[in-house]
Design a protein around this ligand. Structure first.
Ligand code: SF4
Length: 85
């Protein structure tokens, strides 16, 4: 499944199962794709309360999502989890 990196899935046909639990579905994408240098604190706080967090992070890592907050982690935090070649 392919997902646009500038947005979260918006249709049932495109959304993975965990997206039914996603709190970010109620906030809009700007919250999770902030301008460079902006604080990620509020997005991370929301992720901390999200029941879909583990599946969301797993999805982002499996699909090499490069931008925004996924599963409570920033781009650089997800990059640090990737195995080194
Ligand atoms: S963990 Fe965060 S980014 Fe992932 S679905 Fe939940 S609220 Fe959205």
């Amino acid at each position: 499944m392919s997902m646009n990196t500038s947005d979260r899935p918006t249709t049932a046909a495109a959304a993975p199962a965990w997206y039914d639990l996603a709190l970010c579905a109620q906030t809009g994408p700007a919250f999770f794709f902030p301008e460079p240098g902006s604080s990620l604190r509020d997005a991370k706080r929301l992720c901390g309360a999200c029941e879909g967090r583990a599946a969301c992070l797993e999805y982002a890592l499996a699909n090499d999502e490069r931008f925004g907050v996924w599963g409570g982690l920033s781009e650089s935090e997800r990059l640090a989890l990737r195995p080194r070649a």
